[in-house]
Unconditional design. Sequence first.
Length: 203
Amino acid sequence: MMSVVEETLRNLAPRLRALRQRGGATLANLSLASGIPVSTLSRLEKGHRQPTLQQVLALAEAHAVSVDELLGGPSTGDARVHLRPVVRNGKTLIPLTRRPGGIQAYKLILPGEGSPAVPELTTHDGYEWLYVLNGELRLILGEQEMLLKPGEAAEFDTRAPHWFGAAGTQPAEILALLGRQGERTHMRATATIKISPVRDPDR
């Protein structure tokens, strides 16, 4: 019997093509909106390649849909939250919002398998806010590299080349908010990055 993940991945290519055609966008238009090369988008739509988690997030933002809708999650008419984790390359993505457009919330569990010495940086439109729940997060933004510990948060413009993953061999568990271009989670002090501990208000 085919697993939920296998079925989702099998149906993803035609869904990506249908979403783009429904919006009347060309591959070139979608490439500009998502920051993903045209050649990669073409392979994704033909089923010759599976998207990374960052590409899933970028495509959902470009199409103004939730990750659940992009991946073909089941609809629900009640108030209960039906979480549908997506696992790819050992990384687990759990969408926490279902509404299309606006700021999207996710829980990410990043495997602690040791991050590459020189990771491949990516770019896409929007702003991202990361909050570390457990473990330690390695964040690279342009020429900056930093280590975030539990209780620390970072916000940055995703048009800047960036990468993040678990630091060391222990998994990292984080909350992520991703907004389209022009949307921010809160006022920021700088235009590049802001890192701050989230303090207990009772202390």
